[in-house]
Design a binder for this molecule. Structure first.
Ligand code: ADP
Length: 605
């Protein structure tokens, strides 16, 4: 079962772009702020410039404001007006005015009689001299002659230069003798303005531009003129044109700041092109936009990383789940395997039991069948004592005939012993066939060996086999069955003689014992050919033999091995390093004192 984990949503760049688009309006307030900031800064800077300029202009004008009155009090000028025909006085006045003009920096200073005719002027010696010229039409003359201070802006009728005129009456007591005029050059003030992007503009009371840093704006009307104003312009001719063209100043293009000059009725304005603030605003918006974009990118990256992280977690979880599932499956498999194994073990145990039973039965069957075949050798085994019995009996008869009763009794005793032995062999065979399981008893080892040797003594002697005995004097007691032990020993000795029969002289047979903690080991060694490799492996199997059927049945070692194991001992087959077979009987030691060697037989039958 695989659970589907919620896969994290993928942040698409398209949605990020959409987000950026949604956030773009945020740039608008930024632009507004930047605009406000930069225009504020510009306005502050322009205000200072305007203040400076206004102060400069006012300073220029105020310097000459009171000059006509002061000059009007000079007797030289008054005299010139009182005696206008006296050349010397006029000449004196001319020189005086010229001198004052030079000292004050005024453009022109001139003196007019009550008719407006110029009597004396600072430019008396120049070609465009004002002498004899009449300026009665000028409003400043009228004003001054009326006793007020005359002020006027206008172009010079002779010079064409812009000027500001200050006029005052020259009095003799209360009578007005004439008018003194000081003309200030304003063209000059215009040239003082630097070549900056900001433009300066001075409009007069009519709203007509009289001073400006831009020549194309000069003498244009900043507002529509009414009839009275137009009439005044026609009468006073302050401008080079009688109908000033309209001036259009786009408030979207220019940032305008103005200041009124009450004493002249002028308005001084400073105009800054708005594009001056456009550039820093654009830069600020670009930086803002860039930052926003960067933030978007960072956000995108963060979202991407988060997505990767979530994906990895999901992947890990999936892997863990798969692993758990695999472990679970594996556990199930193992449990299944385990139960199968248990079942198999059970079956095997049962099979083993059956096998053991079958084996047991097989052994039993083997023994039974062996019994039949063994009868041949049994007859051989029994024939020997039988022959001896016969000859002992014959001998006893002869001895009785000769009244040698004691000798005859000895022979009968021997016969009795032999029959007991025979009975023992038969009993053993029966026991073997019947699965004889007599409990082991204490048996003296050396007498058993002697008996076994005695049975084969004749053959051994015939074969000239040298017997080397290395047995202790003291009787060794072992746990065994009298007959069974003798049968085993007899078999082993017979095998040794069989083996030695194949060898030339010297034929030797060694018998030795060794006592250790586990028991007693009896070793039988011959210097025959020894066990073949196969015989070493299989000699214990029933019917394994390397001899012809007449010589052997292959049951000797099989019986010995079974008997030894039944006695709680062991039969070991080996070859001696110096050649020949080495058979070891491992017997359990028994407590001292036991049965008489022959008496024990009856207990086994
Ligand atoms: P059998 O003597 O009838 O052949 P055994 O079971 O007594 O049957 O012996 C099995 C075989 O073990 C023999 O055929 C022989 O090859 C081998 N064997 C037994 N004893 C000796 C010995 N002392 N030396 C060499 N071979 C032996």
């Amino acid at each position: 079962m695989t659970a589907t984990l919620p896969s994290p949503k993928r942040p698409r760049w398209r949605s990020l772009a959409l987000l950026a688009l949604l956030l773009t309006p945020l740039l608008w307030p930024l632009q507004q702020l930047a605009e406000r900031y930069y225009s504020g800064a510009l306005i502050e800077q322009n205000r200072q410039t305007l203040d400076l300029y206004v102060a400069n202009l006012l300073g220029t004008l105020r310097r000459y404001e009171v000059l006509p009155q002061i000059l009007g009090d000079l007797p030289a000028l008054r005299n010139a007006l009182l005696q206008p025909n006296k050349g010397a006085d006029l000449n004196k006045a001319n020189r005086l005015l010229q001198q004052v003009r030079e000292q004050t920096g005024a453009d022109v200073i001139y003196l007019m009689d009550p008719d407006g005719k110029t009597l004396a002027a600072s430019n008396w010696d120049q070609q465009d001299s004002f002498i004899e010229r009449n300026f009665a039409f000028r409003p400043y003359f009228r004003e001054a002659f009326a006793g007020r201070s005359g002020r006027f802006f206008g172009l010079g009728t002779t010079s064409g230069k812009r000027g500001y005129y200050f006029a005052a009456a020259v009095r003799d007591g209360t009578a007005i003798l004439g008018v003194l005029v000081v003309k200030v050059d304003l063209d000059h003030t215009e040239t003082l303005w630097g070549n900056t992007p900001e433009q300066l503009l001075v409009t007069d009371a009519n709203g007509v531009v009289i001073l400006t840093s831009r020549s194309d704006w000069r003498f244009h009307a900043s507002r529509p003129l009414d009839n009275a104003e137009r009439a005044a312009i026609a009468a006073n001719r302050p401008y080079p044109t009688l109908a000033p063209a309209p001036l259009r100043i786009e408030p979207r293009t220019w940032l305008r700041q103005s200041r009124e000059l009450a004493e002249t009725g002028w308005t001084v304005s400073i105009l800054a092109p708005r594009k001056l603030i456009d550039r820093p605003v654009r830069t600020a918006v670009a930086i803002g936009g860039g930052t926003l974009l960067l933030l978007m990118l960072l956000l995108g990256l963060l979202m991407q990383r988060r997505r990767h992280y979530l994906e990895r977690i999901a992947l890990d979880a999936r892997a863990r789940q798969q692993l758990e599932q695999r472990v679970q499956e594996r556990t199930q498999d193992l449990e299944l395997l385990n139960s199968r194994l248990k079942q198999e073990v059970l079956e095997r145990e049962q099979a083993q039991q059956e096998l053991l039973r079958a084996q047991d039965e097989l052994v039993q069957a083997g023994k039974l069948s062996a019994l039949g075949t063994m009868s041949a050798s049994i007859s051989h085994e029994l024939n020997q004592p039988l022959a001896a019995i016969r000859s002992y009996a014959d001998n006893a008869g002869v001895l009785l005939d000769h009244q040698r009763n004691d000798d005859a009794r000895d022979n009968l005793k021997l016969i009795s012993q032999l029959t007991e032995r025979m009975a023992s062999i038969i009993a053993h065979l029966r026991a073997f066939a019947r699965r004889d399981r007599h409990a082991p008893e204490s048996v003296a080892l050396q007498p058993a060996i002697d008996d076994a040797l005695a049975l084969l003594a004749k053959r051994r002697r015939a074969m000239q086999v040298e017997l080397i005995r290395d047995l202790p004097e003291a009787t060794l007691w072992v746990q065994a069955g009298e007959t069974r032990l003798r049968q085993v020993l007899g078999n082993l000795l017979a095998n040794a003689l069989d083996a030695l029969a194949e060898c030339p002289q010297p034929r030797r047979l060694w018998l030795s014992t060794e006592q250790n903690a586990e028991g007693i080991e009896l070793q039988l060694r011959d210097n025959g050919p020894g066990f073949s490799a196969e015989a070493l492996q299989r000699a214990r199997e029933p019917f394994f033999t390397t001899k012809t059927s007449a010589q052997g049945l292959g049951l000797g070692l099989a019986i010995c091995d079974t008997l030894m194991r039944a006695l709680g001992g062991e039969l070991l087959l080996a070859n001696h390093p110096d050649g020949g077979a080495l058979l070891t009987l491992r017997l359990r030691a028994a407590s001292h004192g036991g049965n008489q060697p022959l008496a024990a037989v009856s207990s086994e039958s």
